[in-house]
Design a protein around this ligand. Structure first.
Ligand code: IVH
Length: 674
């Protein structure tokens, strides 16, 4: 049966929300912007046709992350509507001519920089803060990391009393390559694309790490300005930005009318390949600020500006075979082995096929000619099959049959997309051990690929923690181990036992928990015991809205639905609990060195207590919150961050539910306070 329009709408909305979260919160999208935009357009078309099934507005999302203070934007930070072809673009022009009447519209055409939007506030000419777009009305205060960008002037001569300068933080392509070369040299997985790395860097809580990655900025827009009459046009504003020393694009030519703007867009399509930053389109804006005001905005987009998205680079090639890649956790990813083809400046011979469902959905067969696409990311996507070129004898791909042929004994849970090996293979055991000992985990000197192979083959190591208990006589039995190297290894193991908690967490190899998340978890839970004991609400707050809709709010940065499920499922496996036990008996450090006083995620946050908590008295709870740097207030408002609710909580709880304020019970409060 074909899917009903209502089901299609529900499916699209769920998919869009998931991809939004992957993009904005995890900085790890699974699909290209182009594909994402297509989903949004499909949903809009369907909801227009079947308005009775339409859901609430999806808004522009939110990039709010745990660990950051929030700050209001004086003028909202909106998104841009997209256009994809000349007709779309001309329709935008036509609407403006109609709305503003007469002739003589002036446009400015700029590259659309693929990075993260930021608002820089200057008060009396002094740089005071940098804030992300957030939900458009308030965002995360990222002044600390943005202050590392030296090109931003700190004082402006003759500036208006209040000025919000809007711009895009990006990672230059050369810097992206430099960082990835370092990663490669260390045998670490490569960063996927410059946009996600820029977004991740802006939100780093670890200043040390942020310092190692160079970010850049280009400024292009005016937010709030007092007095409002300071500038008459975008050109005038940008010229002033340049005088003040802001990095801006030099192309501030004013285009008279839609034809001229269209020509400028086409010129940019050629020029963009030589720009030092990633771009995925052009932005066309009305020049005169008075015209901008008259054109107005929707809640999401200005009517006076539009993005023109350049089509991503695509190519056709033949898919020879589908191979299976087994990851460290046993998850199997199908990979397309392609006839090499030139795409966006590099030769492509492989592309990810994600999972079995994706192959079935697109009916991808070996021998097919496929269209592949690269849009900013490093790993190209297979868009689909060129059916006309399918060989007569091509057979539907039998995923499970292929696993059998390859001797891979794999299965999958009903809900999981990926097949996983039932029992860890030799290769997985080796890779798990290498991960465990790697620089980003316990950093055990001398325990690399070759030693790991020997340890697994000699059955000294089945699970990674076994390595901590190997005795000197056992080491001596391995090839290449003499007295000196055994001593070194034992010393290395001793050092590894004293390392930070996040390393032990990362070393467990919990799917979806990378180094950054391990650090965030460590900072939040303070001990492996607390992490292991975490219940669903300690990891992620589930909020039931007034209309019964479910939404989630992160308690810990980087921990959304997927990551929290992954953590819970990991520790629900008794084998994994045994690993932790073995770590403990081996004497591995499993607590976070106490950071005196304030707790990230609590400092500066406002709490309201209501009802009777199971064990904590009011004053005790208040004391704990205040010691961690939080404030306790008597009434619930939109400025409340958390309501701590116990037995017989009354109107404050109801109010919190209405406002969508996060609600904690005692256990969740204790977890938050560490
Ligand atoms: S103007 C209300 N100009 O694209 C005006 N935005 O898809 C919106 N962007 O949120 C901003 N380059 O992060 C503008 N030259 C440019 C831009 C640009 C990149 C980003 C910005 C915006 C997003 C909308």
């Amino acid at each position: 049966m074909p899917e009903s329009p209502r089901d299609q709408i529900l499916r699209l909305r769920a998919a869009i929300q998931r991809h939004e979260e992957l993009y904005r919160k995890k900085h790890a999208p699974e699909i290209s912007d182009f594909e994402y935009d297509k989903l949004v357009d499909q949903l809009a078309d369907l909801e227009r046709e079947f308005p009775m099934f339409a859901g609430p507005d999806l808004g522009i999302g939110d990039d709010k992350s745990e660990g950051f203070q929030q700050a209001d934007h004086k003028a909202p930070m909106l998104s841009l509507d997209n256009t994809y072809d000349e007709a779309d673009f001309r329709a935008f022009g036509d609407r403006l001519y109609k709305a503003l009447g007469g002739t003589g519209l002036e446009f400015i055409v700029e590259p659309k920089v693929d990075g993260v939007a930021v608002s820089l506030t200057f008060e009396k000419g002094q740089f005071v803060r940098a804030v992300t777009r957030g939900n458009g009305a308030r965002g995360d205060d990222v002044t600390a990391n943005v202050s590392l960008i030296r090109e931003i002037p700190r004082t402006l001569k003759g500036a208006p009393d209040l000025l919000e300068v809007r711009g895009e933080i990006y990672m230059a392509l050369a810097e992206f390559q430099r960082l990835n070369q370092l990663r490669e040299a260390e045998g670490e997985p490569l960063y996927a694309n410059p946009r996600n790395l820029a977004a991740g860097t802006v939100k780093l809580l670890d200043g040390e790490e942020a310092r190692k990655r160079r970010l850049s900025i280009v400024c292009y827009g005016l937010g709030a300005c007092e007095p409002a009459s300071a500038f008459a046009s975008l050109k005038e504003f940008k010229t002033k930005l340049k005088d003040w020393g802001f990095p801006i694009r030099d192309d501030i030519d004013v285009q008279q009318g839609v034809d001229a703007a269209w020509k400028a867009i086409q010129q940019l399509d050629v020029l963009r390949r030589d720009l030092p930053f990633p771009t995925d389109g052009a932005v066309v804006k009305i020049n005169r600020l008075e015209d901008q005001r008259r054109a107005g905005t929707t809640s999401k987009f200005p009517h006076w500006a539009v993005a023109f998205k350049f089509p991503p680079d695509q190519a056709e090639t033949i898919l020879r075979t589908i191979s299976m890649q087994v990851g460290r956790t046993g998850a199997i990813t199908p990979v397309a082995e392609l006839d090499p083809v030139l795409l966006a400046g590099s030769t492509v011979a492989r592309a990810t096929l994600h999972n079995a469902d994706e192959i079935a959905r697109k009916d991808i067969r070996e021998g097919d000619t496929v269209r592949i696409q690269k849009a900013g990311e490093i790993i190209p996507q297979v868009l689909g099959v060129v059916i006309e070129k399918r060989p007569a004898d091509a057979q539907p791909f039998d995923f499970e049959g292929r696993l059998k042929e390859l001797g891979l004994d794999a299965t999958r849970d009903g809900e999981e997309a990926a097949f996983k090996l039932r029992a860890p293979s030799r290769d997985m055991k080796i890779r798990r051990l290498v991960h465990f000992a790697s620089k980003q985990c316990l950093d055990i000197d001398g325990l690399g690929d070759a030693v790991a192979e020997q340890l697994v083959d000699s059955k000294l190591v089945d699970v990674p923690v076994d390595a901590l208990g190997i005795t000197p006589p056992q080491w001596r039995m391995l090839e290449g181990f003499k007295d000196k190297s055994v001593d070194n290894m034992m010393a290395g193991l001793e050092q590894a036992k004293q390392r930070e908690l996040w390393r032990a967490i990362h070393a467990l190899g919990i799917p979806n928990v990378g180094m950054q998340t391990a650090k965030d978890l460590s900072r939040h839970f303070k001990s492996m015991d607390a992490l292991e004991a975490a219940q669903p609400p300690d990891l992620l707050l589930t909020k039931i809205g007034k209309k019964g809709g479910v939404s989630y709010e992160s308690v810990i940065s980087g921990v959304g639905v997927e990551v929290s499920e992954s953590i819970l499922s990991f520790f629900s496996d008794p084998n994994h609990r045994d690993w932790v036990k073995a770590m403990r008996s081996a004497g591995l450090n499993l607590v976070e060195a106490a950071a005196a006083g304030s707790v990230a995620g609590v400092a500066g946050k406002t709490f309201v207590l209501t009802g009777t908590l199971p064990t904590l008295g009011r004053d005790e709870a208040r004391d704990m919150i205040e010691k961690a740097g939080g404030k306790v207030s008597g009434s619930v408002s939109k400025n409340t961050h958390y309501v701590v609710a116990g037995e017989e909580a009354g109107s404050k709880l109801t109010k919190a539910q209405e406002l969508g304020v996060a609600i904690l019970d005692e256990a969740a409060l204790r977890a938050l306070l560490g």
